[in-house]
Write a protein that binds this ligand. Structure first.
Ligand code: NAD
Ligand code: LMR
Length: 342
């Protein structure tokens, strides 16, 4: 009887692996702001990942229902819910990647910087908990204004003595996703082939697509460069206006964030060929934070890809110089915010 039961167990376990019910890796991902417009579809996409064994969903409200709903999907990861500050530490313990889309989105007529007063405090508080509970995790910051919230996070982590610049990322993947889409549409290219690096930051003119570095090689007229650059820079506003007061990009952002999460997990899993654009501590320019292509590895950023910044066109060089004052001011605003409270 025992032999029969063991054989049956082995058979079931074979079936489980065959049908993909066992994760291929056992990484834990936490989403802070998980019941929001980005948080919910992002949680769904991360639930689809075979690299995730546990998905921790945190929000100040409404997260129980989201977790119950998601937990019925027959994919490997276990879904756990955490509500309110008293459950935040437990949400974060043992986590490999923390994604932060908590905070308020824009309404028409607002800039991302108009969100600073509310979101700066939210990010600061959440990062304090990350520092205390999972200081080794990759941290993905989505909450706007990213140009300032990433420096805020860095300062908090420094104050806590656990800052690892290789593991703190401002998520700019949506800028790349948009650039790829718009370029493929304009030039009639197969979407899957198109890759446009986007550098600088994540607001207005600080978003700089390097169209001259598009893969596959493609030529643009001056008018096309101007039109595409402006569209990519204003794509967030395009969505804010279309949603007419109901928020900003959520679905495309969830898609972009899920891609960045998957890339991070592949890197953590030992894949040696993972490249993404992200807003990170940088020595590529005189600014302390700058978005560029980075190589990801087990310990976070393994290298900044400096070749993208070489041989820029006159248009790109001018735009790069033009974005620096705004990006510098946003970085300083974030740093000052934390230092003044110290
Ligand atoms: P949303 O209002 O739909 O959701 C935000 C969620 O955060 C809500 O569920 C809310 O309860 C939660 N929240 C608020 N305070 C919290 C706290 N202290 N702790 C935990 N959770 C908290 O907003 P959204 O559309 O999901 O956008 C979220 C943020 O992402 C905004 O700041 C937006 O500007 C930004 N965003 C960034 C990008 C990017 O490319 N980086 C793209 C789109 C949106
Ligand atoms: C975006 O680029 O869609 C986000 O930063 C949200 C916004 O406010 O535009």
């Amino acid at each position: 009887v025992l032999r029969g039961s063991l054989a049956r167990k082995a058979q079931i376990s074979d079936q489980i692996s065959q049908y993909g019910l066992q994760p291929q890796a056992s990484f834990k991902v936490a989403i802070l702001g998980a019941s929001g417009g980005i948080g919910q579809p992002l949680a769904l996409l991360v639930k689809m990942s075979p690299l995730v064994s546990a998905l921790h969903l945190y929000d100040i409200a409404n997260v129980k229902g989201v977790a119950a709903d998601l937990s019925h999907c027959n994919t490997p990861s276990q879904v756990l819910d955490f509500t309110g500050a008293s459950e935040l530490a437990n949400c974060l313990k043992g986590v490999n990647v923390v994604v932060i889309p908590a905070g308020v989105p824009r309404k028409p007529g607002m800039t991302r910087d108009d969100l600073f007063n509310i979101n700066a405090n939210i990010v600061k508080t959440l990062i304090e908990a990350v520092a205390d509970n999972c200081p080794d995790a990759f941290i993905h910051i989505i909450s706007n204004p990213v140009n300032s919230t990433v420096p805020i996070a860095a300062e908090v982590l420094k104050q806590k003595g656990v800052y690892d610049p290789k593991k703190l990322f401002g998520v700019t993947t949506l800028d790349v996703v948009r650039a790829n889409t718009f370029v493929a549409q304009k030039k009639n290219l197969k979407l899957i082939d198109v890759d446009v690096p986007v550098i600088g930051g994540h607001a207005g003119i600080t978003i700089l697509p390097l169209l001259s570095k598009t893969k596959p090689t493609v030529s643009f007229t001056d008018e096309e460069v101007e039109e595409l650059t402006v569209r990519i820079q204003n794509a967030g506003t395009e969505v804010v206006e279309a949603k007419a007061g109901a928020g900003s990009a959520t679905l495309s952002m969830a898609y972009a964030s899920a891609r960045f999460v998957e890339s991070s997990l592949r890197a953590l899993d030992g894949d040696g060929d993972v490249y993404e654009c992200a807003y990170v501590e940088s020595n590529q320019t005189e600014l302390p934070f700058f978005a560029s292509r980075v190589k990801l590895g087990r310990n976070g950023v393994e290298a900044l890809i400096s070749s993208d910044l070489q041989g820029l066109t006159e248009y790109e060089q001018k735009a790069l110089e033009g974005l620096k004052p705004e990006l510098k001011a946003s970085i300083e605003k974030g740093v000052d915010f934390v230092q003044k409270q110290a």
